[in-house]
Design a protein around this ligand. Structure first.
Ligand SMILES: [Zn+2]
Length: 204
């Protein structure tokens, strides 16, 4: 059976109606919260701006690293959850199908219209996103830029590969790393993320 993204989106929408008193949403084995996209974008891009031009690369690396660690832990929780077992597992036929399941959950979380374009097991993952909230948010507040801006999705693409083909959890984070060769923030028609094995793994 192919992965039915719509079914996963509906399950997340239904499940997210349950909130704790502080607004936390316990779903897919992890704790989620509703967060304004604008707020998150402002945090990221203000941080980058405050770091200044000379430390731009450092700011970018930190934001991607935070996203990758978060994606790694979050999707490890998700794939071990009761909901995953009930809803997604029955659709999974191959190890690679897990990535399609991850992408469908990310779509349901509102992270963008993720589409897996290519997956070479153990080697390479290409994800295309037509409407990344980060690119959209960047263009709303800044001029078109020369560099890609979707740090969260870039980290998450690396994390998906870490979880499938990296060392066993929790040692596999950063075994892969992703680039974003195309980004709407720099005028491309869509954003594209490519994860490959890291040439030198970051010490965490
Ligand atoms: Zn982008």
């Amino acid at each position: 059976m192919a992965i039915d993204g719509t079914k996963i989106v509906h399950a997340v929408m239904e499940g997210s109606k349950i909130r704790e008193s502080k607004g936390i949403i316990p779903l897919f084995g992890v704790y989620l919260s509703l967060l304004s996209v604008e707020y998150y974008n402002n945090l990221s891009f203000d941080f980058e701006e405050k770091m200044g031009k000379t430390r731009e690369a450092e700011a970018e690396a930190l934001l991607i690293e935070a996203a990758q660690e978060c994606g790694y832990a979050t999707f490890q929780g998700i794939r071990n959850s009761w909901e995953w077992e009930q809803i997604v597992s029955p659709m999974i036929e191959t190890k690679e199908d897990q990535i399609l399941g991850f992408a469908a959950v990310a779509v349901a979380f509102g992270w963008g219209d993720l589409e897996v374009k290519e997956l070479v097991p153990g080697e390479k993952l290409v994800i295309k996103v037509g409407d990344s909230y980060e690119a959209r948010g960047y263009l709303k507040n800044y001029e078109r830029t020369h560099s890609s801006k979707c740090y969260m999705l870039r980290g998450v693409t690396g994390a998906f590969m870490d979880l499938l083909y990296g060392e066993d959890y929790p040692d596999g984070c950063f075994d892969f790393s992703a680039e974003e060769p195309f980004c709407r923030a720099k005028g491309d028609p869509c954003c594209e993320f490519i994860a490959r094995k890291s040439s030198c793994k970051k010490n965490t």
